[in-house]
Design a protein around this ligand. Structure first.
Ligand SMILES: C[S@@+](CC[C@H](N)C(=O)[O-])C[C@H]1O[C@@H](n2cnc3c(N)ncnc32)[C@H](O)[C@@H]1O
Length: 354
C-alpha cells in the first residue's frame, strides 16, 4: 500500500499498458511476507530510537548482514524504511504504526495476519459450495499448544487494533450522564473497555468472554493498570443466560465484532439478553463491518468484503444496517443510529433502552 507509482508508471497503468494484475500477485503477497518477517525480527523496534548501519542492525538482530540487506532493500522500496548516509531509519509511517514505542502500533495484528491469510486458502471451496470450510478459532481445543499460541496471537492482534483505532469509537459514543457500569460482551482482550475506563474515571468494566479471551483481557488490565476497574466473567454468550445474574445492572453495553460470528436468529437472541442487562435509558454500542455502509469507498468495500469472505469460511457472515436495526428494536432499543467512522470499513451503531 505505501508503494507509490512514478508519474510515468501511473500514465502507463491508466493507458492499460502495465500488467497491473502482477502487482496484486505475486508482488502484494511478497510485500506482506516481507512486512511480517520485519515485525517478527523486530526491525522497526530496533530502529525506533536511532538509525543504524547494516552491520550494527545485523548484530542487534543476530542476522547475516547480506541476508538482512535483501529484506531491508525491499522494505525501502515498499515505503517502510529509508537509507540515509549508510544508516537505516524507519519512515514516519513505520514509526507510528509498527513500533512498540507507539501506543497505536498494529505490529501484533501484522504478526497475526498470516493466520487470517490461511483462512483464505479455502476460497475455491467457499466459492463452489458457499458454506463453512473450517471451524472458528474459538471452537478449537485451546489446550493444544499450537491452538493456544494461535489464539494468543489472535487476541494480541485484536487488542492492538482496538488500541489503535478504538479512540475514535470512544470519542463518538455518548454514554449516559453518571454512568458507572459497562458490560463488554465478547470483550476478551478488554482493550475497548480500557479505552472507555480511561476516558470515564467513574466507569467500571465487566468483560464477558470464554476462558482464553479472558486470559488476554487480564493481560491488558495489568498493562494498563486498570485491574481494580475491571471484572472478568467466563461464560458462553450463546448457550448461557447471563442476563439473569446481570439484569438491569449496566449503563453501557458493548457488542463489538460479535455479530459477524453468529447467525441472525442467534444475534437477535443474544442481543435480547444484552438489552436485559441494561438499565432503562442505558446505551448499547454496536461495532462491526456493515455491508451497506461502505460510502462508495473501494478501501472500505475491500475491508467489508474480505471480512464477509473470512466469516463465511469459518461459519459467520456480515449484515446490513436494517438487519441490525431490527434486532435492536425487537430487543427493546430505540434511537438506533449509525455513525460513519474514519476507520475504513467499520460502522458504529448506537441505541438507547426504552
Ligand atoms: C472477533 S472477537 C471480538 C473481540 C472484541 N469484542 C473486539 O471487538 O475486538 C470475538 C470475541 O467473541 C468471543 N466469543 C466467541 N464466541 C463466544 C461465546 N460463545 N461466548 C463468549 N464469548 C465468545 C471471542 O473469544 C472473542 O473475544
Amino acid at each position: 500500500m505505501p508503494l507509490r507509482l512514478t508519474i510515468l508508471e501511473n500514465i502507463l497503468a491508466r493507458l492499460n499498458l502495465l500488467p497491473v494484475p502482477l502487482f496484486d500477485t505475486p508482488l502484494a503477497p511478497g510485500i506482506a511476507k516481507v512486512l511480517v518477517a520485519a515485525c517478527e525480527l523486530g526491525i522497526f523496534d530496533a530502529l525506533s530510537e536511532q538509525s543504524l548501519s547494516l552491520e550494527a542492525l545485523a548484530e542487534k538482530l543476530k542476522c547475516n548482514p547480506q541476508g538482512l540487506q535483501l529484506l531491508l532493500q525491499l522494505l525501502i522500496s515498499a515505503g517502510y524504511l529509508r537509507l540515509r548516509r549508510g544508516r537505516y531509519i524507519n519512515t514516519r509511517m513505520a514509526q507510528r504504526w509498527l513500533t512498540s514505542a507507539s501506543p497505536i502500533s498494529v505490529a501484533p495484528y501484522i504478526i497475526h495476519s498470516p493466520d487470517i491469510v490461511a483462512i483464505w486458502d479455502h476460497l475455491p471451496e467457499v466459492v463452489r459450495e458457499n458454506k463453512q470450510a473450517m471451524r472458528m478459532p474459538y471452537d478449537e481445543d485451546a489446550s493444544d499448544p499450537s491452538t493456544a499460541a494461535a489464539l494468543a496471537r489472535h487476541y494480541a492482534g485484536l487488542a492492538a487494533l482496538a488500541m489503535a483505532l478504538g479512540g475514535e469509537v470512544v470519542n463518538r459514543v455518548k454514554i449516559p450522564a453518571g454512568a458507572t457500569q459497562l458490560l463488554d460482551v465478547g470483550g476478551s482482550h478488554a482493550a475497548y473497555s480500557a479505552l472507555f475506563c480511561r476516558k470515564y474515571p467513574a466507569l467500571h468494566a465487566t468483560i464477558l468472554d470464554i476462558q482464553p479471551g479472558i486470559e488476554a483481557g487480564k493481560r491488558t488490565a495489568q498493562q494498563t493498570h486498570l485491574e481494580k476497574r475491571m471484572t472478568f466473567i467466563c461464560g458462553d454468550i450463546v448457550c448461557e443466560d447471563f442476563s439473569k445474574d446481570l439484569s438491569s445492572s449496566y449503563d453501557v453495553a458493548l457488542y463489538f465484532h460479535i455479530a459477524h460470528l453468529l447467525p441472525p436468529e442467534i444475534n437477535a437472541a443474544v442481543l435480547e439478553k444484552v438489552v436485559q442487562t441494561l438499565k432503562p435509558g442505558g446505551v448499547l454500542v454496536f461495532l462491526d463491518q456493515i455491508t451497506d455502509q461502505t460510502h462508495h469507498s473501494k478501501l472500505a468495500s475491500l475491508m467489508v468484503q474480505f471480512m464477509a469472505l473470512t466469516m463465511t469460511t469459518v461459519g459467520g457472515t456480515c449484515y446490513p444496517f436494517p438487519t441490525v436495526k431490527s434486532w435492536l428494536e425487537q430487543a427493546g432499543m430505540s434511537h438506533v443510529r449509525r455513525h460513519r467512522l474514519l476507520t475504513p470499513g467499520a460502522t458504529l451503531i448506537t441505541a438507547k433502552k426504552r
